[in-house]
Ligand binder design. Structure first.
Ligand SMILES: NC(=O)C1=CN([C@@H]2O[C@H](COP(=O)(O)OP(=O)(O)OC[C@H]3O[C@@H](n4cnc5c(N)ncnc54)[C@H](OP(=O)(O)O)[C@@H]3O)[C@@H](O)[C@H]2O)C=CC1
Ligand SMILES: O=C(O)C1=N[C@H](C(=O)O)C[C@H](O)C1
Length: 276
């Protein structure tokens, strides 16, 4: 592939909260070109993606709900095309398979896929020798939090995760909290050995166990964006790691990096930390 051409990018979910940020970020990057802006919302069909995202000038890229024709077009470009997906757990699996079928590289921010679906997509990408980046959290702060948590988990046997999000979020727990629990579980020990026999007077009061005894608690409230605490405890001490987002712009350096990296990959890679 010739890298003298900008990478054509199709954004799926372009009218959503994340999609609008990605429209702005991609349109401002000189090595990328916004080829298509997909969104199912009937209210936004035909609107200019740039104007919808709050840019002062139109980008002359209209919002359309036609994903497949747009992927077909991206698959015909001189440079490998990329589909960025920030949609919904109910549609992302099919979107990824379609993109790969058209030779377009998916960069997936949408969370809520099951581990079976992720495994299946990894096999599909592998067979097609097509790169796919699945990244539950694009912010550098979260990567650093997770690294610190992995380090701390060597010294603490008790840990719980609290994730807090806006109340428009479809999936619980968050993809990030699940990934964090998985990272700690990979250490090979079981956390939170029971100290007493517990009774939940209300089902779910103690959260849900993700892996190796690690519990995740999910909070949903208007006014929140995305936040996570990993709380370690041992006799006489508490060690708390916390990450807060105040603007979805925090994800954009990670999204742009992923777009540039995915065109070089031949299989599915999970997690921002793998491409830093
Ligand atoms: N990886 C990361 O760093 C981050 C990941 N996320 C994840 O990204 C995803 C999107 O988040 P966000 O932008 O906040 O969500 P929004 O609801 O704001 O945007 C989602 C967009 O996808 C559309 N959509 C919803 N359902 C479908 C469907 N079945 N088929 C096609 N399109 C659909 C929505 O349309 P409509 O308005 O009609 O519903 C909307 O335009 C979520 O899974 C979220 O968890 C979010 C932030 C960061
Ligand atoms: O829905 C969100 O907003 C977010 N979703 C991702 C997740 O589920 O981990 C990433 C971040 O927490 C924001």
């Amino acid at each position: 592939m010739n890298s003298q051409y900008p990478i054509p990018v199709v954004i799926n979910g372009a009218a959503g909260k994340m999609g609008r940020e990605v429209v702005k970020a991609v349109s401002q990057a000189t090595d990328l070109t916004l080829l298509g802006a997909i969104d199912r919302n009937p209210e936004h069909q035909g609107k200019d993606a740039g104007e919808l995202a709050g840019l002062p000038e139109p980008l002359e890229v209209p919002i359309t709900d036609q994903l497949e024709p747009m992927l077909a077009m991206a698959g015909q470009e001189r440079q490998i095309g990329v589909m960025v997906d920030f949609t919904h757990p109910s549609t992302v699996y099919d979107n990824i398979r379609s993109a790969i079928a058209y030779g377009v590289r998916p960069v997936v921010g949408t969370t809520g896929l099951s581990s079976t679906q992720i495994q299946d997509l990894a096999e599909f990408a592998d067979k097609a020798s097509t790169g796919c980046l699945m990244i539950p959290n694009f912010s550098i702060g979260m990567v650093l939090l997770q690294q610190a948590a992995v380090q701390a988990s060597q010294y603490f046997d008790h840990v719980e995760i609290i994730e807090l999000h806006h109340n428009q979020k479809a999936d619980a727990p968050s993809g990030t909290a699940l990934q964090t629990a998985q990272m700690l579980a990979e250490l090979g020990k079981t956390f939170n050995p029971p100290q007493v026999e517990e009774t939940e007077k209300l089902p779910g009061a103690r959260g849900s166990v993700a892996a190796e005894g690690i519990r995740i608690h999910s909070v949903r409230l208007p006014g929140l964006i995305a936040h996570q605490e990993v709380i370690f405890g041992s006799a006489g001490q508490i060690y708390t790691l916390r990450h807060d987002t105040s603007d979805r712009a925090c994800y954009m350096p990670g999204v742009l990096l992923a777009i540039r990296k995915v065109v070089q990959l031949k299989s599915l890679v999970y997690g921002l930390e793998k491409i830093l």
